[in-house]
Ligand binder design. Structure first.
Ligand code: DC
Length: 225
């Protein structure tokens, strides 16, 4: 099986780019952030503090997270309910950053992610895929863009969805999450030593796709291309 790990900060376009490239290669696209978001939603629904490890750990035995695909689009299920759209709010984003810092949560999700990669050719995106989840991935890419560019893209998306926000607020959220994701003790966001860096700050979407496809094609073992 082929595994491609794509890590990077939030808002670098990882999901959209990874999904499109996975479609082109015929690989399964796995958005691991959605797993952390689903747990975050569960924690919020139980009125617990996402940053409190004990409170979060106490919820895990009853938690049921499942993943499926509908028309090629990853769907998240929480206790059997399809929560794919509900996990995309700014509140859940912030809570996901909180729950992802706990070892109990990371351990809970580790085997699920590894099993998906054992059973499928995957493009898996996240923060620690190349460093922790799939250290033997065939290709590792660190996909990034400047905080200002990422905030601008995110701001446009939120406005299009009808959210009431400002660019300054979105930029502050991006910087706060970057800080939390790179400074946490466990599996912090960091570039794997053998990852190839792709900076999309100055690239259009089409150019970003072309760059990622070229990196993958150039670095996959020749027998599998
Ligand atoms: O990629 P995203 O914004 O959907 O991720 C949501 C949160 O989950 C983010 O704050 C970091 C965390 N995360 C993680 O710790 N490890 C991953 N492999 C993926 C996401």
């Amino acid at each position: 099986m082929i595994s491609i790990a794509i890590d990077g900060p939030s808002g670098a376009g990882k999901s959209t780019i990874s999904r499109t490239v996975a479609g082109a290669f015929g690989y399964l696209y796995v958005d691991t952030g959605a797993l952390y978001r689903t747990i975050a939603l569960y924690v919020l629904r139980h009125h617990c503090d996402p940053k409190n490890a004990e409170q979060v750990q106490a919820l895990l035995p009853e938690l049921k997270v499942d993943m499926g695909y509908q028309d090629g689009v990853q769907q998240m299920f929480l206790q059997g309910e399809n929560v794919t759209d509900l996990i995309r709010t700014p509140e859940v984003s912030m809570a996901a950053s909180g729950v992802s810092a706990h070892s109990c949560v990371r351990a809970y999700l580790l085997e699920l992610q590894r099993r998906l990669a054992r059973e499928n050719n995957v493009i898996m995106d996240g923060r620690d895929i190349g460093t922790v989840v799939l250290p033997d991935a065939d290709v590792k890419i660190f996909l990034t863009a400047s905080a200002a560019v990422r905030a601008k893209r995110r701001f446009k998306e939120l406005i299009a969805k009808g959210e009431d926000t400002t660019f300054e607020k979105v930029l502050a959220d991006v910087e706060k999450r970057d800080y939390a994701d790179t400074h946490r003790e466990l599996s912090p966001l960091k570039q794997a030593e053998d990852a190839i860096v792709a900076d999309t700050s100055e690239l259009t979407f089409a150019e970003s796709i072309a760059l990622i496809q070229k990196i993958i094609t150039d670095h996959l073992p020749k027998t599998s291309v």
